[in-house]
Design a protein around this ligand. Structure first.
Ligand code: ZN
Length: 138
């Protein structure tokens, strides 16, 4: 059985309000993507800052980006190299999406979380409120 749309919307809204009230996001402000194009490659020069900021595996984050951008990518020190010309805006949006799906606690909005794998499913474990939430996408 699916929940009525209104209820879902209400839940989403109260979640967002909580996030903005707590303003934990400002503490975790992501850097602006530093993007250059060389030939038909896109080089994200400050890639290393992202997994450090959100405390996630650099390889997993790169795999996520490559999948979403439907291209191949590799890490070169602090930089990530993507095949094809990708604009700065796409990276900004993808990092935000990744945060929503894999980093922010859906219950309290805290970014102080880590992932735990149980029976091939990932859960966001919140270090602020203790909530355990299934990750929406894998
Ligand atoms: Zn929480």
């Amino acid at each position: 059985m699916s929940r009525p749309y209104d209820e879902l919307l209400g839940r989403a809204r109260s979640g967002l309000e909580k996030i903005s009230k707590k303003s934990t996001l400002s503490r975790l402000e992501l850097p602006e993507p530093d993007v250059i194009w060389v030939g038909n490659k896109t080089i994200l020069r400050n890639y290393g800052a992202y997994p450090r900021t959100i405390r996630r595996d650099p390889d997993k984050l790169l795999m996520y980006l490559a999948k979403e951008l439907a291209t191949a990518a590799s890490i070169d020190g602090e930089r990530a190299i993507f095949i094809g010309r990708k604009d700065k805006q796409s990276f900004t949006q993808l990092f935000q999406k990744y945060m929503q799906e894999n980093v922010l606690c859906p219950v309290c909005g805290s970014p102080d979380t880590h992932l735990e794998k149980v029976n091939r499913l990932y859960f966001i474990i919140c270090e602020a409120c203790g909530a355990r939430s299934a990750v929406r996408t894998t």
